[in-house]
Ligand binder design. Structure first.
Ligand SMILES: *Cc1c(COP(=O)(O)O)cnc(C)c1O
Length: 373
């Protein structure tokens, strides 16, 4: 499917509508930051860290330069190292696995549930060994993994790192993702639920010692200028991104509400179409709807028919990571994760972003329905 989604009439994702509404605010924010005399680790980052921790029902947030780094540095702060095992899933964005490998640890893949796309807890339990140091559940597409049950299975010696790159604002039993495990990683990549105007990320935790360690690691291992306490990195959130994120945080709940309304609109039109299944809901979970992903028959034909009509639709993700050439050294083969592999051939994500007009949502849903007539 080599169709450029940007040429289409109903975009899969678009930030320009939101930008044109708030352009005056963004220009004022940029001017304020550029005139402040401080471009790195100043007031804006500190304010954002405070606001974001509080938004996540957590005690600490530390701004970093990407979601990948947030995962990597969270794992380094937990002491995860070469040879350790970290259990995660293969149907995620590659960065989840890249971050595990950056620590030298070995990603161990558990299969996923067919209806929720989330980590299969029974399969996960069978993958725990004496080398397992952490479980890294991915709250995929904005749906929330049952971290309470993961904790029950894992016990207290195995750390839980939430990958919240797609789940900002989503909740389980009223608690926000990011507050459910030991430590969590967020991405502010532009397409994400809380997206900046460039790269950005954060680690969130309620463990003071871990938060301190993350702060040290993002700045060459330093507690004070020019003196390194331990080997560290350079992974800072820029002041300009923090200022933009602080502004967008104010309307995050409204943006989540718009995503939910789009999902409700899709659900209503698609729920009775026999050839497909709409995203799973559970009573305990408030979905973030980062993506609206259906399971369907004749997926590639459906996608082609939508593209022909100018409707952006994408597969997230068409290739399970355990079958990618870049990760063949891990030793997995086709058939090792049957549900993950099956989903890769049958899922399709439909256009969704807060400013997407509901008429366009209806048009996209109708086009899906018509395909199966
Ligand atoms: C986007 C994403 C990441 C990585 O975030 P970046 O900010 O792009 O580095 C990690 N995990 C998941 C599940 C993601 O969707």
């Amino acid at each position: 499917m080599k169709v450029s989604i940007f040429a289409m009439k109903i975009n899969y994702w678009d930030y320009l509508a939101e930008y044109s509404t708030n352009r005056g605010n963004y220009l004022a924010i940029a001017d304020k930051v550029f005139s402040s005399g401080r471009l790195i680790l100043g007031e804006e980052v500190a304010a954002f860290e405070k606001n974001f921790a509080s938004y996540c029902n957590s005690d600490y947030a530390v701004g970093l330069n990407s979601g990948t780094d947030a995962l990597f540095i969270a794992m380094k702060a937990l002491g995860i190292k070469a040879g350790d095992e970290v259990i995660t899933v293969s149907n995620t964005a590659v960065p989840t696995v890249a971050a595990i490998r950056a620590t030298g640890a070995i990603p161990v893949f558990a299969d996923v549930e067919e209806d929720s796309f989330l980590i299969d807890l029974n399969d996960m339990a069978t993958k725990i060994t004496t080398r397992t140091k952490a479980i890294l559940p991915v709250h995929l597409f904005g749906a929330v993994c049952d971290v309470d049950k993961i904790r029950e299975i894992a016990g207290s010696k195995i750390d839980i790192i939430e990958d919240c790159a797609q789940s900002c604002g989503a909740t389980l039993k009223g608690k926000k993702t990011g507050s459910l495990g030991d430590i969590a990683a967020f991405s502010f990549y532009p397409t994400k639920i809380l997206g900046g105007f460039g790269d950005g990320g954060a680690v969130v935790t309620s463990d003071e010692a871990l938060a301190k360690k993350v702060k040290r690691l993002r700045m060459y291992g330093m507690d004070s200028e020019y003196y390194s306490e331990e080997e560290g990195y350079n992974s800072r959130l820029d002041e300009i991104q923090a200022a933009i994120l602080n502004f967008k945080l104010q309307s995050l709940d409204a943006a989540l509400e718009k995503r939910k309304n789009i999902a409700i609109c899709y659900d209503a039109i698609l729920k009775n179409v026999e050839e497909l299944l709409i995203p799973k809901q559970t009573a305990n979970m408030q979905h973030g709807y980062y993506l609206y992903t259906i399971r369907c028959n004749k997926r590639d034909q459906l996608a082609a028919s939508l593209h022909e009509k100018g409707i952006g639709a994408k597969v997230n993700y068409p290739y399970p990571i355990h079958l990618m050439r870049g990760y063949s050294f891990l030793g997995y083969k086709k058939g090792d994760l049957p549900v993950t592999e099956k989903l890769a051939d049958s899922i399709l994500s439909l256009p969704i972003y807060p400013e997407l007009p509901l008429e366009q949502v209806e048009a996209a849903a109708d086009a899906v329905r018509q395909f199966y007539r």
